[in-house]
Design a protein around this ligand. Structure first.
Ligand SMILES: Cc1ncc(COP(=O)(O)O)c(C=O)c1O
Length: 356
């Protein structure tokens, strides 16, 4: 298809982490009161931690620089060294945290297979070894991801979360929820954040993805676990000082950018419909539940051709595997950009299929 110079950037759909702070968010940052957070004296951080803990129905919160750190601390305080974390094989904690849970937390992992990351509680429950004695690794925690990133923004069924939670109480096994995009699940389903929070011992949430803050995640849990996580955060070098400027961005994002995630979901559905309209093997609009469109190409050649051609048209996408492409909608992709992308994509898809 086309070549020649790439068009101006129309939509950067590689990730929802790519958003830039809005002018109003920058004003909130500029006005933030600050103090030393290692001393527990940053007012914005304290407010943010309390707000997020309250939203999720937990006792306490801990502001972290990244979702990976929040996950590592959350797992750290529920899985003793040498014990195991069970999760699905597409989970961010095992695929994309660069072995941090093993390297820093001395945690071993076992995984179950899933369809698009969707939780089947019975499969997870069956794998657990609550007390392996001196023979087998003991299971200390389950990790669940909601929404599921590499699964394509999959929302976890609330009845499966509840079933896992109930069994975990009987087994004496903790549940860590990687809720980097829990906001999207909440907006997509209307399930209250506190209900999601009630099915986990520790929950990490990100402010720097769909909510559009430049940085920041919060880990919530019991006061005791969060006190322990605070010690580990400092030990890992993650203690922060006058970061009220960052917490203020997160608080602004929570107050102003939560409900609008519904727009991102509608945009993702529009993209999926445009693509599936050409070839419904590539993606399914019904399975595009939140802000992530996952494309599975029949051949590696067509995935690569698609990514190259979209870049030429000013649409950036992520190639996640030989046949897998991910597109993520977010705050910085507006209605006009989506309308234009919907016009352009069918032609690009046809050409890519032809080249592959
Ligand atoms: C599901 C999930 N969990 C955790 C993270 C880690 O977040 P961070 O990039 O802030 O470390 C990501 C990042 O994309 C994610 O998608």
């Amino acid at each position: 298809m086309s070549s020649g110079p790439a068009a101006d950037l129309l939509a950067d759909l590689r990730s929802d982490t790519l958003t830039r702070p809005t002018p109003a968010m920058r004003a909130a940052i500029a006005e933030a009161a600050v103090g030393d957070d290692v001393y527990g004296e940053d007012p914005e951080v304290n407010l943010l931690e309390a707000e997020v803990a309250g939203l999720l129905g937990h006792e306490a919160g801990l502001f972290c620089s990244t979702g990976s750190l929040a996950n590592m601390l959350g797992v750290r305080v529920v899985v003793p060294p040498g014990q195991e974390l069970l999760c699905d094989s597409l989970a961010h904690v095992v695929r994309a945290e660069l072995g941090g849970h093993a390297v820093l937390g001395q945690v071993t992992t076992r995984t179950w297979a899933s369809e698009r990351g969707r939780l089947d509680a019975a499969t997870a429950i069956e794998m657990a070894v609550p007390d392996g004695g001196p023979y087998l690794v003991s299971t200390a925690a389950y990790a669940v991801e909601n929404t599921h990133n590499f699964g394509g923004g999959t929302v976890q069924p609330v009845e499966e979360l509840r079933a896992l939670w109930t069994a975990s109480r009987e087994q004496g096994i903790a549940v860590h929820l990687d809720g980097a995009r829990l906001w999207n699940a909440h907006v997509a389903t209307g399930v209250p954040l506190a209900e999601y929070g009630s099915y986990a011992d520790t929950v990490s949430v990100c402010l720097s993805k769909g909510l559009g803050a430049p940085i920041g995640s919060v880990l919530v849990g019991s006061a005791e676990r969060i006190a322990a996580a605070r010690v580990w955060r400092k030990r890992y070098g993650g203690g922060m000082r006058q970061v009220g400027v960052l917490a203020a961005a997160g608080r602004y994002a929570l107050a102003h950018h939560l409900e609008r995630l519904a727009d991102d979901h509608a945009h993702a559905r529009q993209l999926a419909e445009a693509i599936a309209g050409v070839d419904d093997r590539l993606c399914s609009p019904e399975q595009t539940e939140t802000n992530i469109v996952l494309l599975t190409w029949p051949t590696p050649g067509s995935a690569a051709a698609f990514a190259a051609e979209t870049a030429q048209a000013g649409i950036r996408v992520s190639v996640l595997g030989p046949r897998a492409v991910r597109m993520v909608t977010h705050l910085d992709v507006d209605d006009a950009a989506i309308d234009r992308a919907v016009d352009l994509l069918p032609g690009i898809v046809k050409a890519a299929l032809h080249q592959g």
